[in-house]
Design a protein around this ligand. Sequence first.
Ligand SMILES: Nc1ncnc2c1ncn2[C@@H]1O[C@H](COP(=O)(O)OP(=O)(O)OP(=O)(O)O)[C@@H](O)[C@H]1O
Length: 241
Amino acid sequence: MAPLLRLQTVSKSYGSLVVTNKLDLELHPREALGVIGPNGAGKSTMFNLITGDVRPDAGRIFFGETDVTAMPPHERCRRGIGRSYQIPHPFTNMTVFENLLVGACYGTGRSEAQVTDDCAEILERTGLLPKANMPAGKLSLLERKRLELARALATQPKALLLDEIAGGLTEAECQELVATIRAIHAAGTAIIWIEHVVHALLSVVERLVVINFGAKLDEGDPQTVFNSPQVQEIYMGISAE
Ligand SMILES: Nc1ncnc2c1ncn2[C@@H]1O[C@H](COP(=O)(O)OP(=O)(O)OP(=O)(O)O)[C@@H](O)[C@H]1O
């Protein structure tokens, strides 16, 4: 099957710091792909490169058949690349529903009237319908994470990029969020999920990629990859000796 998204030897440096190093990555249609790696390994930068927030120094990025390497973020978004951010930054004085409307209009180029029904449906799917008219600044952490997910969904992504969305939640809250992400994936959206809460990640993803020093260290079956001595040592700091 042709990949939905493909990074081809993508590199990015900040001064002398090589953050992304000849990275190759593929996401297939309807796939749930997990990404782990130590702090500072370049995971969020990889997302920034995919969305166009950051331009690579070298390499190419394809979405479907299209080379999107030079495309601005809003065009990539309209083609179907949606993302959540590690630290949610909702418009705090606007209601939850208004936050979604902004995401939907920006992400799809449709009018408010055209996106209203979809936004209501997304609020329902993400468990936020009872909070629709609440200012986003008054939401709990879990609700903010849900809003971050909802805002990404409002852009109608074919590829949904989730950046550490489970961080800081209690175990029960994490399980609630996992159920929502599973449902989004089951409905056909391909997902790349960067996550330090590994048990949550492994309960959803079908393939796992490990990034270290901006390059791919390993990839494959999630349990096999996570349990490999190399990954345990480098990612968890546990020596195989
Ligand atoms: N705009 C920038 N300017 C300079 N350095 C940057 C910039 N963006 C990221 N970096 C550096 O690049 C490295 C990789 O950062 P990145 O956020 O991609 O890592 P990460 O794997 O997502 O880390 P974490 O798991 O802690 O979120 C870090 O050393 C970071 O300080």
